[in-house]
Every structure is written in C-alpha cells, then in structure tokens.
Design a protein around this ligand. Structure first.
Ligand SMILES: [Zn+2]
Length: 99
C-alpha cells in the first residue's frame, strides 16, 4: 500500500487540485472530490470542513488519496480504494461540471 502524507488544512489547501480525492486520515471517513468552479475556483463540497485560520488545535489530518482523470471516475475510484463516497460531492459534481 502506498504511503500517504497527512497534512493539515493549510497545507492541504495549497496542494489540492481539481479532481483530487481527499479524505480525513481515518478509514471510516468519506472521500471527497475536489472540483473547479468558475466563480470560486478550487472547491470541495463543504468548505467549512477544511478549517482556515488559527485554530490549529481543531485542525484535522487530511490525505490526498488519489486523483481522477474525469469526474465520472469518482464513484469507481473511491470503491477501488475501499472507501465510501460523499453524497454531497456526487451532487455537486453533477451540478457544477459537465459529466
Ligand atoms: Zn464531499
């Protein structure tokens, strides 16, 4: 199994790109997909999950698990990882992208 780097939100926000699959460092956590929105730029389903600011004690550890070539790979990729998809993400990628 590939060794993944865990990172705090601040670092995560610098690293993530469109179509990255990200999750909190815990196998029971859902996997989210990063998408690009023309208005807001790089986004995830619930931006508040990635806390910004100075409350470092509240920060969680995140991992970039994989990357999709196309958004329609999201569900399968997450299944391959043996993880759970995020319903919010699924809804958002259908809404904001042309699958
Ligand atoms: Zn999500």
């Amino acid at each position: 199994m590939k060794e993944l780097k865990t990172m705090k939100s601040t670092e995560l926000l610098e690293k993530i790109n469109e179509k990255d699959l990200i999750a909190i460092n815990n196998p029971s956590e859902k996997v989210h997909v990063v998408w690009h929105d023309n208005e807001y730029g790089i986004r995830i389903c619930r931006p508040s999950m990635i806390k910004m600011g100075t409350h470092s004690r509240d920060e969680r550890d995140w991992e970039i698990l994989d990357k999709c070539k196309e958004y329609n790979e999201y569900e399968n990729k997450v299944k391959e990882l043996g993880r759970e998809i995020c319903k919010h993400c699924l809804k958002h990628i259908f809404k904001f992208t042309k699958i």
